[in-house]
Design a protein around this ligand. Structure first.
Ligand code: ADP
Length: 186
């Protein structure tokens, strides 16, 4: 069963966490924890491409042909294809290498660049998965703190279009980590 969501209000925007499947979210955009090649993969990346259909991959291929591989910490936006979300924002989180290789700054950048794209498109709502905490091995509690802190400070700084940011956590362990980070942050 899904856990009830938890939320706070930051600068008139809703910052919420839920446990669930991001491919089913009806926010205007969902964020994909992609890899630099933008060719799909496992985890949430594979789930998004499976649910969204080939239009997403086609657009990713055009982006890579035009600008090359997507560097860690950067983001690009494509159609949502068959997803309920109109757009997918693809970002590349860092691979955990022990914590002294700039991982925290890169993870913060992945969230911030995604939010900047959403704001540039004047989107009102966006959902994030827990970037880097699956195959990329980033310790969950630390990643959750970076994620919540970065989104909260972005919402504080910018009186923009974004009225709702949702973290969609796939499993209860991730949900609990984000719930703790949310409690710490407010
Ligand atoms: P990364 O390579 O950035 O670590 P992963 O996809 O391996 O990305 O994992 C990131 C997080 O996404 C993990 O917590 C994983 O459980 C979660 N995840 C996997 N599938 C989904 C989904 N459909 N919706 C939301 N989160 C998902």
């Amino acid at each position: 069963m899904e856990k009830p969501s938890q939320e706070v209000t930051v600068n008139q925007a809703r910052l919420a966490i839920i446990q669930g499947d991001i491919t089913r979210q009806a926010t205007e955009a969902i964020v994909n924890a992609a890899n630099s090649g933008l060719m799909g993969g496992g985890g949430v990346d594979g789930a998004i491409h499976r649910a969204g259909g080939t239009a997403i991959l086609e657009e990713c291929k055009r982006i890579v042909a035009r600008q090359g591989r997507l560097p860690t910490g950067k983001a690009v936006i494509t159609t949502g294809g068959n997803l309920p979300a109109r757009y997918v924002i693809h970002t590349v989180g860092p691979i955990w290498q022990g914590g002294n290789k700039g991982e925290a700054a890169l993870l913060e950048s992945a969230y911030r660049e995604s939010l900047k794209l959403a704001a540039a498109k004047k989107l009102a709502s966006v959902s994030f998965p827990s970037i880097s905490t699956g195959a990329y091995g980033y310790p969950l509690a630390e990643a959750a703190r970076v994620a919540i802190k970065t989104v909260a400070s972005f919402l504080k700084e910018s009186a923009g279009s974004l009225k709702e940011v949702v973290f969609v956590l796939f499993d209860s362990r991730s949900y609990e980590a984000y719930a703790s980070a949310l409690e710490e942050a407010v």
